[in-house]
Design a protein around this ligand. Structure first.
Ligand SMILES: Cc1cc2nc3c(=O)[nH]c(=O)nc-3n(C[C@H](O)[C@H](O)[C@H](O)COP(=O)(O)OP(=O)(O)OC[C@H]3O[C@@H](n4cnc5c(N)ncnc54)[C@H](O)[C@@H]3O)c2cc1C
Length: 364
């Protein structure tokens, strides 16, 4: 049987591993002890039920293959080096190690119990805070502001954005920006654009202690807690030695239209780690994974890879807490449609896509 090693068990990695389990001997290498559903992690910072629900076991994902909970340290030839294990030989390797993001959007720690304890401490701190500062008004900052203002309506929230407009980084429409701006205003959230912090606050993110800080425009701000809502970093450091020829300066790995790592026959990459030119999204990671599953199946069955991937138009679902928000959707004919709070709550706000992920992990 062909041996497939998938490195990274996020949205892309579990889709590849699950999709090849019936045809190959699959090993999924994941440094965390549980799957983390990041798309719901901001609600987990304010809601005790969600801070358990975002962590899900890998135990039922594979019927035939195995999951190794340890970090991959490097890859040489057809061997994947994993901390505490003998090198694992593979016929096909898939990189799916995604990206990191400052807490609480993503968690660095490998033990879910430690991550849950930190979330609990954050909620305790938020209960005692009067003012919170969020730096960055992109999708994460906006979604977090929505969760904070829904769970703690008396919290005074200030947001600071370096660019001249919110949601400045991708192909979002002005209509979406307008609706979100209005909803943030209605929640009493202050948004400062065209400035960032002159220096970082003197306390850790998520810690509780009153501080003052100044923006680059000279405005003085005071808060009890702060969070950095920007700074995604590609998690490809373990590839630096063997794959330096195909790593971009931002750490993303170059892939061809089959999502094969450039110049490699049997090595693929999916999700945030790839240099596919689109916003980094879980649904894109899953779509990449389906392409890679089809192509590795082709190769296992003696054919050339035949399925290609091309990025579609940008879309985003932006809940502001369980009931607010707006979304930029793309219709089947390619037209962009903006929808408001009700539809956004239906698509993501209420369930945060948790049932879909549970079913993918074969959990009840
Ligand atoms: C707050 C927030 C909300 C979001 N909401 C949405 C949304 O609503 N819809 C949407 O489509 N997208 C959303 N996204 C984006 C989405 O989370 C990412 O695009 C997605 O996580 C990418 O999936 P991935 O499989 O590429 O990588 P990741 O999900 O980052 O998973 C990578 C995995 O690899 C593991 N790993 C890393 N390095 C190693 C190593 N050396 N060895 C072993 N394992 C390793 C990590 O522990 C991790 O489990 C959101 C992101 C955030 C931060």
């Amino acid at each position: 049987m062909a041996r497939v090693v998938v490195v990274g068990g996020g949205y892309g990695g579990i889709t590849v591993a699950g999709g090849l389990d019936d045809i190959a001997e699959v090993t999924l290498v994941e440094q965390k002890d549980q799957f983390v559903h990041h798309a719901a992690s901001l609600r987990a910072a304010v809601d005790p039920v969600w801070s358990r629900a975002i962590f899900m076991p890998y135990t039922r994902l594979l019927r035939n293959g195995r999951v190794i909970n340890a970090p991959a340290m490097g890859v040489q030839g057809n061997k994947v080096y994993v901390a505490g294990h003998d090198p694992i030989e593979a016929d096909y390797i898939v990189f799916a190690t995604g990206s990191t993001y400052p807490y609480p959007a993503k968690h660095m720690v490998s033990k879910s119990a430690v991550a849950q304890a930190r979330l609990e401490q954050t909620r305790e701190n938020l209960k005692n805070a009067e003012k919170v500062l969020l730096v960055g008004v992109g999708t994460v900052g906006i979604e977090f502001a929505g969760e904070l203002s829904s769970a703690y309506p008396n919290l005074e929230i200030t947001m600071v954005e370096k660019q001249d407009q919110i949601l400045g980084t991708h192909d979002y429409t002005d209509e979406l920006r307008k609706i979100i701006t209005k909803q943030l205003e209605e929640r009493g959230i202050k948004v400062i654009t065209g400035a960032t912090l002159g220096y970082n606050p003197p306390i850790d993110m998520g810690a509780l202690s009153r501080f003052q800080v100044e923006t680059t425009n000279g405005e003085k701000l005071e808060a009890d807690m702060w969070f950095q809502c920007y700074g995604s970093q590609t998690a490809s450091g373990y590839l630096a030695a063997e794959f330096s020829d195909v790593l971009r300066p931002n750490g993303q790995i170059k892939v061809d239209k089959y999502l094969r790592v450039e110049g490699r026959e049997n090595v693929y990459a999916v999700g945030d780690i790839t240099d596919v030119n689109e916003s980094k999204r879980a649904d894109a990671a899953r779509a990449h994974a389906r392409v890679v599953v089809a192509n590795i199946r082709d190769q296992i069955e003696g054919r050339s890879p035949s399925t290609t991937y091309s990025a579609g138009k940008e879309w985003v679902i932006l809940p502001l807490g369980p009931e607010g928000g707006a979304s930029q959707l793309v219709e089947p004919d390619g037209k962009v449609r903006i929808v408001g709070a009700d539809e956004t709550a239906q698509i993501k706000g209420t369930d945060l896509m948790v049932s879909m992920i549970r079913s993918q992990l074969r959990l009840p």
